[in-house]
Design a protein. Structure first.
Length: 368
């Protein structure tokens, strides 16, 4: 009798705990949160400590923890849930299915709460533009066209300086680009992340290559994963973008902006990578005639690099790439990025419409 009562109490306690986990996760997903509070309490308070601890622990192993979590964890859960259903007597399989669904809900809710605690709450921090004197009036078609011309000139010049210089390997970027990244973080008045960890290769790299995914940050271990098919001149910008995520800039436009600033603060090869990324974003909103005219001013060397990227992306599988884009779009929207994947190209607003962005352009550039 006592044993049965003890078992009943334990079962009820376990049920209550699981229910609380699911409810808290639902509340965190739906409840509004003041961005100023997230900025001060989490992004500038708790997160730098969490980042230091998590990054320190994940650096102790050469294992890509995202692979372990996604592949190993998924297989374990599928086999476990399958075994529960297979072992259940026929008359109790509905109950067993309910148990599996309930367990899946608890696992999902738990992972979501860990995601928010380790990194995900950075999506709800204050917009970087608020701290950088953003002015929408600065972002006019005439200014963007003038800056596009300047950017193409800088791109062409950087290529002429770097043609015979070998591009750094992924493992070398913490040394060659890391100091510039630290400098940019100090300019943005955030606790510097020292990028001592080289990007890693995931078992999912074949999928990245088919889906056109250049890189990502594992939000649970904060390890940086990069598609090794990314071309050498793309690497500095791609890696700096992922480092920016680790630094707490979750919004894609902000990560792109920090990556561009980082490249601008580096030596000529790094600058080339930054201009290479920005030029198409500057040209995109301009009229078709202006785009054609400006593309014609890109020197043969950089144009060959743009064509090389097109060739690389031609090896993706359209259905897989489109599926990955849709998944990423839904992920961003679920994390309160209303523009979804369109947010990547909003870097233009920061590069042109903020005081820090404008300081990266030559003094002679006309902004009016």
């Amino acid at each position: 009798m006592t044993v049965n009562r003890s078992a009943t109490v334990k079962y009820r306690m376990a049920f209550v705990i699981r229910l609380v986990v699911v409810v808290v996760a639902l509340v965190m997903a739906a409840a509004p949160m003041p961005r100023s509070l997230v900025e001060s309490a989490y992004s500038r308070g708790v997160y730098p400590i969490v980042r230091q601890v998590v990054s320190g622990l994940s650096s102790l192993t050469s294992v890509v923890l995202f692979d372990v979590l996604l592949i190993g964890g998924s297989l374990t859960l599928i086999l476990w849930w399958g075994a529960v259903l297979m072992r259940a007597p026929r008359g109790r399989r509905i109950g067993a299915l309910g148990s599996v669904v309930g367990h899946a809900a608890v696992v999902t809710a738990s992972l979501y709460l860990v995601f928010l605690a380790v990194w995900g709450l950075n999506y709800r921090r204050e917009a970087l533009a608020l701290r950088l004197e953003f002015s929408e009036g600065w972002v006019t078609p005439a200014v963007v066209e003038a800056l596009a011309e300047t950017a193409i000139t800088k791109l062409n010049d950087a290529f002429e300086i770097t043609p015979d210089q070998a591009w750094p390997q992924l493992v070398e970027l913490p040394t060659t680009l890391g100091p510039a990244f630290v400098q940019v973080q100090r300019e943005l008045e955030v606790a510097p992340v020292l990028p001592g960890l080289a990007p890693r290769r995931s078992l999912l790299t074949p999928y990245f290559q088919r889906a056109g995914i250049d890189g990502m940050v594992d939000p649970f271990s904060l390890q940086v994963l990069v598609n090794d098919a990314v071309l050498p001149f793309e690497r500095p910008f791609v890696v700096a973008h992922e480092w920016a995520h680790v630094a707490g800039f979750a919004h894609e436009a902000e990560a792109n902006f920090v990556a561009w600033l980082t490249c601008m603060s580096g030596e000529e090869r790094m600058q080339y990578s930054g201009w290479f990324y920005l030029v198409p974003r500057l040209l995109a909103p301009l009229s078709r005639d202006v785009q054609i005219r400006l593309w014609d001013t890109v020197a043969p060397g950089p144009m060959a690099d743009f064509n090389a990227v097109r060739v690389r992306l031609s090896h993706t599988i359209p259905a897989v790439r489109q599926g990955a884009r849709r998944l990423n779009d839904q992920y961003l929207r679920a994390n309160r990025v209303s523009s979804g994947i369109a947010s990547y190209d909003e870097v233009l607003q920061l590069a042109v419409g903020t005081s820090l962005g404008r300081r990266q352009w030559p003094v002679s550039t006309a902004f009016e």
